[in-house]
Design a protein around this ligand. Structure first.
Ligand code: PMP
Length: 382
């Protein structure tokens, strides 16, 4: 099968160097050599998290690490605040529900970001709620949240902030220590450009105090066990995935963490402005660098656009989720992508939409994206 160009919000296109590293011979994990190696990976990952806090490693997808946060940070009678502005905010609520934790959902309209003032209001109204679960980039609606200012509000109420940065880490700005974020969850298959299967949690000293008091059931996910054998890992780690991650981290650090963020933001801007030039609308009121959600003009259906993009052009994009399933498409701009990929995806989209009956002036979006991307060509020299 010819590989597709992945412009989906995870897994993303993985660099060839990373795939080759994943295929290196197996190694053993019980011994000082493994611990030393994982420690070097940790040093690299901390530069992306921008933290000195402990990072724990799990063989899991991102949701596993989200569940780990719930069962390690909460007591049965806690009343956490969960910000629900999309599928992944709701996931925090669903996990709380699975453990019979009575959470308070702060529902916001899909496609909007929660204002820090709204969170302040919730904390004032519910002084017993001392922990907030939220999202850095709500992938289901392609919406970036203002975590820096949400963190300021959380600190002023002495509340612990837990951020799902599964899609956002390495794609949009996040300064774990400088912004005072207690817990950050991430996964391997998004901007870290590795295959799926690794999840990470960074934990502040303040949050470790909650871990000490937590009374929810856990075994595999136990943060204390993971910390005790930090670089040896209590159970068998996903060694090949760590090999892949190590190489992807090298690639990111060679370019520079902030340079990568700038490049993704430029891709996102090119896609947004191309969409406007095509006469279409970006769905989110707070768009960002992970992916862009585009409203489809009726009667177009997302599944038809996806099918044509995949079958005719070998480019995989995503549809919406839940009530947005048919109404939006999502184009991702993270992973191993070049300006060539962005331009060809936009050209393929214009042809697809026009063949499906939309009034699109062929080339209008691509032209705008070319202007934006070519003005920056120097930054792509390697
Ligand atoms: N949170 C966000 C923001 C995500 O984008 C995703 C994956 N799309 C998840 C959580 C769930 O992660 P996983 O599929 O790795 O369990």
């Amino acid at each position: 099968m010819k590989p597709e160009l992945l412009m989906t919000p995870g897994p993303v296109n993985v660099p060839v160097r990373t795939s080759l590293a994943e295929a290196r011979p197996m190694r053993h994990h019980r011994g000082a050599d493994f611990a030393e190696w994982l420690q070097t990976i940790d040093g690299k990952l901390k530069q992306i998290f921008k933290t000195k806090n402990t990072i724990l490693y799990f063989a899991a997808s991102g949701t596993g690490a989200m569940e780990a946060c719930v069962v390690n940070l909460l007591k049965q009678n806690d009343r956490p605040i969960v910000i629900e502005g999309g599928k992944f905010g709701q996931r925090w609520g669903a996990i709380c529900q699975a453990f019979r934790v009575n959470y308070r959902a702060l529902e916001i309209e899909w496609g909007t970001a929660p204002s820090p003032a709204l969170i302040e209001q919730a904390l004032r109204a519910q002084p017993a709620s001392k922990i907030i679960f939220t999202t850095l980039f709500e992938t289901s609606t392609a919406t970036a949240y203002d975590i820096e200012n949400i963190a300021k509000v959380a600190q002023s109420y002495d509340a612990i902030l837990v951020v799902d940065a599964i899609s956002g880490l390495g794609a949009v700005p996040l300064r774990t220590d400088a912004w005072g974020i207690d817990v950050v969850v991430a996964a391997s298959q998004k901007a870290l450009m590795a295959p799926p299967g690794l999840a990470f949690v960074s934990i502040s000293e303040r949050a470790w105090k909650l871990v000490e008091q937590s009374d929810l059931p856990k075994f595999y996910w136990d943060f204390k066990a993971a910390k005790k054998e930090l670089f040896l890992t209590p159970y068998t780690p996903a060694i090949s995935l760590l090999q892949a991650l190590d190489e992807s981290l090298n690639i990111i650090l060679e370019e520079g963490v902030d340079a990568v963020l700038c490049r993704y933001e430029l891709y996102a801007k090119a896609v947004r402005e191309a969409v406007a030039a095509m006469g279409l609308k970006v769905f989110s009121q707070s768009p960002g660098a992970v992916c862009t959600a585009i409203e489809l003009p009726p009667p177009l259906k997302a599944k038809d656009v996806l099918k044509a993009m995949s079958q005719e052009f070998g480019i995989r994009i995503a549809e919406g989720q839940d009530h947005l399933k048919d109404k939006i498409i999502r184009i991702t701009h993270i992973g191993d992508l070049s300006p060539k990929d962005i331009l060809s995806a936009l050209a393929a989209l214009e042809i697809t939409l026009s063949k499906l009956g939309a009034q699109i002036e062929l080339g209008a979006g691509v032209k705008r994206a070319m202007e934006l991307l070519s003005s920056q060509v120097g930054m792509f020299a390697s």
